[in-house]
Design a protein around this ligand. Structure first.
Ligand SMILES: NC(=O)c1ccc[n+]([C@@H]2O[C@H](COP(=O)([O-])OP(=O)(O)OC[C@H]3O[C@@H](n4cnc5c(N)ncnc54)[C@H](OP(=O)(O)O)[C@@H]3O)[C@@H](O)[C@H]2O)c1
Length: 220
């Protein structure tokens, strides 16, 4: 029987590439924003109630937002929404669906983090807070869930060719690319390949890791 994946944020970008890569081998529950709005607690609760009986084997917390602001211009709305979508929602989804994995003594959880959970840049206070936070969640859960054979990892992309980066003007994107040792942005499919390995049967021992996939950017 196909294993069941819960994947967030699959309408575009990295999530879409993950869905395309995995949809033949797995059954994927990939709610759109109408079915699961991660910035809304009621929506999360209703979604968990609706799918509680599905035996979810794998969770991929991919959806994320970044609205860069300097600290003195940071709005309460941005603070609340970014922490809610990038950190609180993934924790609630894992809490809601980990039960069937524990019963099964098998599970995989991948949290899509970021290089900004490892290194710092201007205007990234909030985004970095959530990505460092999710890495802490990954490590803590890896300890808690290892006895149940549930492997929990973070994947931290560098600059990747999606809408999230396309908010920048083309000259800025070109400058970013030239600053990356590989000389280009990542393609979403390259991130999907890594996620595919981490959730597969072949991964039997990687847990609690934060795997950076950034074309060498943070080595500089
Ligand atoms: N692109 C990069 O350079 C980069 C680098 C490092 C890490 N990442 C991380 O990779 C992940 C995916 O990023 P991406 O670049 O693929 O982003 P993207 O192209 O902007 O897509 C974001 C996805 O998240 C969904 N989403 C956003 N807010 C949501 C909400 N409130 N409820 C439900 N879904 C919501 C979007 O759905 P809608 O279509 O409905 O808006 C979309 O499917 C994120 O966690 C991001 O932080 C990206």
């Amino acid at each position: 029987m196909k294993k069941i994946i819960l994947l967030t944020g699959s309408s575009r970008g990295i999530g879409k590439a993950i869905k395309n890569k995995l949809e033949k081998k797995y059954k994927i529950i990939s709610p759109d924003r109408e079915e699961l709005n991660l910035s809304n607690d009621n929506s999360i609760d209703n979604f968990i109630k609706k799918y509680k009986k599905e035996k979810i084997n794998i969770i991929i917390n991919n959806a994320g937002i970044n609205h860069p602001q300097w600290i003195d211009e940071l709005s309460d709305e941005n603070i609340n929404e970014t922490i809610q979508v990038n950190l609180i929602a993934p924790i609630k989804l894992i809490r809601g669906f980990v039960g069937s994995m524990k019963k099964d003594k098998w599970g995989r959880i991948v949290n899509i983090s970021s290089i900004f959970g490892v290194i710092a840049r201007g205007k990234q206070v909030l985004y970095s807070a959530t990505k460092h936070g999710i890495n802490g969640v990954t490590q803590s859960l890896a300890l808690e869930l290892a006895p149940y054979n549930i492997l929990v990892n973070s994947v931290s992309p560098g600059f990747t060719n999606t809408d999230l980066i396309k908010v920048n003007p083309p000259e800025k994107i070109a400058a970013i690319a030239s600053d990356i040792p590989m000389g280009r942005l990542a393609e979403p499919e390259e991130i999907a390949n890594l996620v595919a390995f981490l959730i597969a049967e072949e991964n039997t021992y990687i847990t609690g890791a934060n795997i950076v996939i950034d074309g060498g950017f943070i080595c500089k």
